[in-house]
Design a protein. Structure first.
Length: 106
C-alpha cells in the first residue's frame, strides 16, 4: 500500500477498497469495489437533483469511472487494456440509461 501511495498520482477513493460489515454474531460480509462510479458533489444528497426544478436549475454531476484488471506475468497488455475499457463502458452505459430515464420524467 505504501508503494501504491508513493507511485500513483491520484487517490483511488473507494476503488479497490473493501466494503461490507462485521456482524454481532461474528459473521463478516466483505466485497471489493472493482468497478466504481463516484459522483463528487458538495451538495446534500436530498438536494443533488430535483425533478421539479426547471432544467436551467438542474445540478450537473461529474462521474469518475474506475475499473481495473489483474496483471500477471503472462498478461497481454493490449487485452488487459481492452478489458478495462469494456468494464468502464458498461459503467458509462448504466449512467446513460439512468440519466435518460430521469430526464424523460420532467
Amino acid at each position: 500500500m505504501e508503494l501504491i501511495d508513493e507511485l500513483e498520482v491520484a487517490r483511488r477513493g473507494p476503488y479497490n477498497g473493501g466494503f461490507g460489515g462485521i456482524f454481532f454474531n461474528g459473521d463478516m460480509d466483505i466485497a471489493l469495489a472493482l468497478r466504481t462510479i463516484v459522483f463528487r458533489t458538495n451538495a446534500r444528497y436530498d438536494t443533488m437533483y430535483s425533478y421539479k426544478d426547471h432544467m436551467n436549475k438542474r445540478r450537473e454531476w461529474v462521474a469518475h469511472l474506475q475499473a481495473g484488471a489483474g496483471i500477471v506475468a503472462d498478461s497481454d497488455l493490449a487485452d488487459e487494456q481492452r478489458e478495462c475499457e469494456n468494464k468502464v463502458a458498461a459503467l458509462a452505459r448504466a449512467i446513460d440509461l439512468a440519466e435518460s430515464s430521469l430526464v424523460n420524467k420532467q
